[in-house]
Ligand binder design. Structure first.
Ligand SMILES: Cc1cc2nc3c(=O)[nH]c(=O)nc-3n(C[C@H](O)[C@H](O)[C@H](O)COP(=O)(O)OP(=O)(O)OC[C@H]3O[C@@H](n4cnc5c(N)ncnc54)[C@H](O)[C@@H]3O)c2cc1C
Length: 451
């Protein structure tokens, strides 16, 4: 591996979806201004303690959707979907569409999502009423049988992408533009510039790099880097009620619950013989085990799933599990399926396979082919579970997506503009100052923290 340079104008920490997308777009924009990128020009160095795709981006289910109750999230997602659509082959993107299938308690809120999608020109169809919803779903899958469903939002754009393949697509594009990616280099600290809060150099396991700008895109490891930057462990949040809540932890963790049913991915084709949209179902109908008939839950629950050749079956997940622990005590490494603590248990397998059977008859009795392999991984979340994209310490740009983010491939394009001095309105609602100012995003009735 070539030695680290002593100086780089831009040091990006983390080679996941955000670090790579930011580096690639930055290189593109610098070149468009007639500047050279690489040795002798503006050096953009990406450091990863393991390598590209070693974090959440490399294990993500890969769902790309617009469906968000928060207007700012929806507009941001529409921008990102355009980036996915700009080169589906390179990003291994499958534009099959996405469906949000909901119970009455979510009906009105999903209706507003539909209205606002029409307002921003994001193509979708909204079906209302129990009978019409069932008929619409059975027009796609003859064996549809989910209960307590009174609306269906069918987004015609979006779909999913293959995690490692899209990361590799970004690596190829970034390197072709002169971005230098160093694997196996961990950031261990920062050196402040004399007399200012700015960062003058990044300390790594392979030596020090002086720099002008640092971009932090470390996904679930954000708490560690946040601590190295001496940023506050707790903050004050002005709630929706106008009251100030002090001592709120900046970061908390949840464990993502995902797995794969080991059937042929073609098994879930539509009546027309096509690959289906990604399916997301929330419902308040009681869920009984497909194994033994026992009641699993009678509270609001949800799942998502899609046939996926990369995972080798029908892959998806359910609501995440809260990790009730101080963030400094959460062992993020070894990450993902290699973690001894944060992989899914048999409870998830029973719940998710039973939920599949609840939705479509073809999955009844299929729990036995659930793939008994480690899956899932932790994500780090902000106080309101929405992203923070902002500058800290004068020259450190933090991209902390609160685990929304594989779909947000376009954030790097927006951040690159901000690094070059052009503020982007789409990022404005995600500033850190919103907590103190009480400019919080609205909360939906969904059982998921990121809808
Ligand atoms: C199981 C699971 C499923 C998910 N499914 C979806 C989905 O379907 N759709 C969706 O939109 N989102 C999904 N997400 C969320 C999404 O994966 C993340 O929000 C997103 O990938 C985060 O990207 P990132 O670039 O910020 O971080 P990451 O992809 O985690 O990359 C961070 C990188 O930083 C490196 N790093 C960490 N610390 C250091 C250090 N000190 N020095 C150098 N390098 C360091 C790591 O090695 C890693 O490669 C899922 C997440 C999980 C866990």
């Amino acid at each position: 591996m070539p030695a680290l340079p002593a100086f780089a104008r831009y040091v990006v920490i983390g080679a996941g979806i955000h670090g790579l997308s930011t580096a690639m777009h930055l290189a593109q924009k610098l070149k468009a201004k007639g500047l050279s990128v690489g040795e002798g020009g503006a050096r953009i160095v990406v450091l990863d303690k393991t390598g590209p795709g070693a974090g959440a981006s490399g294990i993500a289910c890969g769902v790309v959707r617009n469906n968000y109750f928060q207007p700012a999230m929806r507009e941001l997602m529409a921008h990102s979907v355009s980036v996915w659509e700009s080169d589906p082959d390179a990003y291994s993107y499958h534009p099959v569409g996405y469906m949000q299938i909901s119970p009455e308690v979510m009906h009105a809120q999903v209706g507003t999502i539909y209205e606002q999608q029409q307002a921003i020109g994001y193509e979708s169809v909204f079906i209302e009423g129990e009978g019409d919803s069932r008929q619409y779903m059975q027009g796609i899958f003859h064996d549809w049988q989910a209960q307590n469903i009174t609306s269906v939002l069918h987004e015609k754009r979006g779909g999913y992408a293959n995690n490692q393949a899209s990361v590799q697509g970004l690596v190829n594009k970034a390197q072709a533009l002169g971005v230098e990616i160093f694997a196996g280099v961990a950031v261990t600290g920062f050196r402040s510039a004399n007399g200012t809060g700015a960062i003058a150099a990044v300390e790594t396991t392979q030596g020090r790099i002086e720099c002008e700008v640092v971009i932090v895109a470390v996904g679930p490891w954000v708490n560690t880097i946040w601590n190295m930057l001496d940023l506050p462990k707790t903050i004050s949040v002005t709630g929706r009620d106008g009251k100030v809540h002090d001592g709120v932890r900046m970061w908390h963790y949840m464990a993502l619950q995902e797995g794969t049913l080991g059937v042929d991915p073609n098994y879930q084709k539509t009546n027309a013989g096509l690959m289906p949209p990604v399916i997301h179902v929330d419902t308040d109908a009681p869920l009984y085990s497909d194994r033994d008939g026992r009641l699993i839950t009678d509270a609001l629950w949800g799942i998502y799933y899609k046939p996926d050749f990369h995972f080798g079956g029908v892959q998806g997940g359910a609501m995440p599990a809260v990790v009730e622990r101080d963030p400094d005590d959460v062992r993020v490494d070894p990450y993902g399926p290699k973690s001894p603590e944060f992989v899914v248990t048999d409870n998830f397998a029973d719940m998710w396979t039973s939920a599949l059977a609840f939705c479509q008859k073809r999955f009844e009795g299929k729990h036995g082919v659930y793939k008994q392999e480690p899956s899932g991984g932790v994500g780090s979340f902000t106080p309101d579970n929405f992203p923070v994209f902002d500058r800290f310490r004068d020259n450190v740009y933090v991209i902390a997506d609160s685990n929304h983010g594989y779909k947000m491939i376009g954030v790097g394009e927006l951040v690159a503009d901000e690094l070059l001095g052009t503020p982007r309105a789409l990022l404005e609602p995600f500033r850190f100052s919103r907590y103190a100012q009480g400019r919080l995003h609205p909360v939906s009735h969904s059982p998921f923290p990121w809808s």
